[in-house]
Design a protein around this ligand. Sequence first.
Ligand SMILES: NC(=O)c1ccc[n+]([C@@H]2O[C@H](COP(=O)([O-])OP(=O)(O)OC[C@H]3O[C@@H](n4cnc5c(N)ncnc54)[C@H](O)[C@@H]3O)[C@@H](O)[C@H]2O)c1
Length: 362
Amino acid sequence: MRTYRAAVIGCSRMGGFIDHEVVGHPSIVLPYSHAAGYVACPRTELAACADLRPDVLAAFGEQYGIPPARRYTDYRALLQQEQPEIVSVATQPEQRAEIVLAAVEAGARAVYAEKAMAASTGEAAAMVEAVERRGVVFNLGTNRRWHPGFERMRRCIGEGEFGELRTLVAYVTGSLFNTASHTFDLLFYLNGDVPARWVQANLPRGESALDGDLLREDPVGEGLIEYENGVRAYALNTGRGTEFEAICDGGVLISGNNGDDWQIRRRVPLGIGRHTTLRAEPFPRFEHASTTLRLIEDLVQALDAGGPTRGGVRIARANTELIFAFVESHRRGGSRVNLPLGPCPLRLERAAAPRQPRLAAT
Ligand SMILES: NC(=O)c1ccc[n+]([C@@H]2O[C@H](COP(=O)([O-])OP(=O)(O)OC[C@H]3O[C@@H](n4cnc5c(N)ncnc54)[C@H](O)[C@@H]3O)[C@@H](O)[C@H]2O)c1
């Protein structure tokens, strides 16, 4: 079978070096960075890279065997000269839309965009329009969507083994663009990607992040989401860590310790009148696997077959809308904000310098 030529734009941590930070993590299977994923996938070839920082670009080229002639500080030159079929955009969200739109117009057939999708809802809408007009295959780097444990959890819920899903709980929501983008995607995924109907939210230190319509920091958020099927999600910040619960009529499915601990508590009769109790039982077996590799394989199967991906650009936009709906709800004193959001003037615009990637495992 043929291979697809891939290029990475934004060659820092998630683009190329994060594997050095997460190696040995009990629930993360490598490869984790985009570049390591393309190298591991037999159906993709990592052909070129671009980054504004020459030192990071050089280190990335050395690490992944990309010759200097295929290393670019100008991503537009990369798109023109290399014509990659798959383009990864692993910059921060402020640069995402411009680069994704350029990649799509340059003829890329697939885009692997990091989360958060964009810095504004207008940018997200432009990405949807361009991706759909050009028939481009798209996945957002919300890795848990490709995690076999969450896949198993969604299947248990979808098959109705535990009755109706009522409530989802995320014990950590974190900063909206960086962390909640993961959380919101997982909540959508577990609820069968049913659209959200409204949110009510609070940003505990929102005033220091907001400068008129500009977000000068990525604010921490917490709140309540109701979906069109009546399911409610509580997006909390409790100090308990990255843990999630799906509460159904017939039991609770739990992912604990950031994907290292999986539990089921099934509702059973207590034998005293109509009283019931939740009894622990083993979570169904699954094989851990690299979520990045599975995401890339999902792009490849969609390129091969012309079908949809597990993620897709509309789910990415729904995620972006939740981020901005949380901010809007906070700005309106915590009142209910209906979805879809409609025109929203807010934009993320930080002055933060990029982080230095860890160039070697220590
Ligand atoms: N999926 C995950 O689990 C996960 C983990 C870590 C980070 N991320 C996401 O990945 C993205 C990148 O994170 P990071 O920590 O690697 O970021 P970073 O800030 O360390 O790196 C971003 C890189 O993009 C480059 N860049 C910026 N503008 C550019 C342009 N116009 N052309 C070429 N390069 C450009 C910068 O020079 C920098 O090297 C973020 O959106 C982050 O949220 C996702």
